[in-house]
Design a protein around this ligand. Sequence first.
Ligand code: NCD
Ligand code: ZN
Length: 365
Amino acid sequence: MSVSQFTIRQPDDWHLHLRDHDMLRAVIGHSSANFARAIIMPNLVPPVVNIDQAEAYRRRILDSLPRGHQFEPLMTLYLTEETKIEDVDTGARTGLIKALKLYPAGATTNSDSGVRNFDKVMPVLEQMADIGLPLLVHGEVTSHEVDIFDREVVFIERVLDPIRKKIPSLRVVMEHVTTSNAVDYVSSEGGNIAATITTHHLIINRNAYLVGGIKPHFYCLPVAKREEHRLALRTAATSGNPKFFLGTDSAPHPDSAKISECGCAGIYTSINTLNCLAHVFEEDDALDQLEAFASLNGPAFYGLPVNQNWVTFKKSQEPIAFPKQFSVQNEHVTVFDPGFPLYWQHEPANESEISSDDAVPRMRQ
Ligand code: NCD
Ligand code: ZN
């Protein structure tokens, strides 16, 4: 079915890097223009490891919002071997902390304070399971002998599955899954595990950063894999399966840090993510599943209400022009280029566009 307009509840971003200071001020408006809420990654330098830091960071985010924008940052703590159970309890009880983030030490950008010895964090994980606070995992092992294309699969076997067997009631989100193996694992396990999928992993495979010269703007962690894995992610995202939801992992880095002998991992999609997603879902004849992926499945897993705002997507005749980059101080950040023109844009919905059965998006010709 071909439609030129549809209305869905406003999406959320369940995995977002906003950074701090000048970068935060430069990027926050891109997220708040598109999303009602986002799970905010704690990998600042130094990382957000306790309640006071999380509350201060939340305030800095709110203070950086463009005038008139509504946006709710959902804060997380960076799990370390020193994380205090009291912080987990207080954070959950007050509602400030929505999850803890597990980075294996050295797995990705700013992950040096991450976990080396998983036994040391078991008491915290047990407490999280007791109070129902989700653990968000960057699912890659860091051992040198493991090939980078296998690190997600090996993480599931060696780290994630053993932890989940020891603490079956722990609620886990496998962040930014990139393999059919992760999709299969998450799909076949019980209701305590879900996964986020990024926009860019639905669009690029490993050719994007390796063919025709090294393309640092398509380099992120976990790295995009073979085409068969991209197709498995597309099937999962467009299936409506409540275990899969959007986490953009939009991660701004100045071009000087990306275009370097040792370039940083991270792809910036906050500006055009929803436009890209509408394109992808339409291509897979699944526009009727976009709301589940971007607006319903995430809040359901986190036990949060769905958004009360609605947005209407309209297909324009001409391709939409997005900036190729934007400036931060004396630097530039490059925006993700999906490699095809984008025609879907969105705006707040009018009363008349909101379906009376408010759980079902209205699809219009
Ligand atoms: C993220 C970043 O830059 O903070 N980079 C990335 O490639 N995704 C870190 C992360 O989520 O791995
Ligand atoms: Zn991330």
